[in-house]
Ligand binder design. Structure first.
Ligand code: DX5
Ligand code: ZN
Length: 216
């Protein structure tokens, strides 16, 4: 499968969001990662519908919405209406995950499930066949600019193995601390979508950094 890059606008300049989205439109980036944090599931609050709608208005690429919120079922339809092409919920926030996944699909979106660094890949065994995407968190969710957790490579390889047996075209995404030092190794381990916030937006040339990551 192609190697995709999903730059996270959490690290964009919100005073110049349109400019930054237009840069992403012209770049080799594939999706646009939209991080929603509620101050409950994670200790931080990011942004919600208005910013997502602005991103959708200016983006020519699909919005990859990552819900780091409790009880995400309440908001799936609204994020779909705000322009999400894919919606990823956190495994740890969903007591009825199978139902949540169906709600995402009924809303017309690609269905993703994210697992935190402490959550074993094996927890996905009975749901993997229903999923379009698995997101392996390589930091504890809540903040951009954190240090990449090395155990992620092993987990990505485990997801890859599970996907080969159950869902060959699964998107395997990694999020948190992704940069030019780990991107190639993550692709080798089996990832096919990399999220990058700080690595892209703190780079002197963000568009060039997206290309560097994509071809790592
Ligand atoms: C972290 C978010 C990430 C974040 C990644 O909780 O889910 O998507 O934007 O940022 P970096 O690439 O800076 O670690
Ligand atoms: Zn994210």
């Amino acid at each position: 499968m192609n190697h995709l890059i999903s730059p996270s606008i959490l690290a964009a300049d919100f005073g110049n969001l349109q400019r930054d989205i237009e840069m992403l439109n012209k770049s080799e980036g594939d999706w646009i990662h939209v991080d929603i944090m509620d101050g409950l599931f994670v200790p931080n609050i990011s942004f919600g519908f208005p910013v997502t709608e602005v991103a959708y208005k200016h983006a020519t690429k699909p919005l990859d919405v990552h819900l780091m919120i409790v009880d995400p079922d309440r908001y799936i339809k609204r994020f779909a209406a705000a322009g999400a092409a894919g919606i990823t919920v956190q495994f740890e926030a969903c007591p009825n995950l199978h139902r949540t996944v169906q709600v995402i699909k009924e809303a017309g979106c690609r269905a993703g499930v994210a697992i935190n660094p402490h959550t074993p890949v094996a927890m996905l065994v009975d749901i993997i066949g229903e999923l379009d995407l698995v997101l392996v968190m390589s930091v504890n969710p809540g903040f951009g600019g954190q240090h990449f957790i090395e155990n992620t490579y092993k987990k990505v390889a485990e997801v890859k193995k599970l996907a080969e047996a159950n869902k060959p075209n699964l998107f395997i995404e990694v999020d948190g601390g992704v940069d030019q030092n780990n991107a190639g190794k993550l692709f080798l381990a089996g990832a096919n979508v990399l999220v990058a916030g700080s690595a892209v937006f703190a780079a002197a040339d963000p568009s060039a950094m997206i290309s560097t990551l994509k071809h790592a």
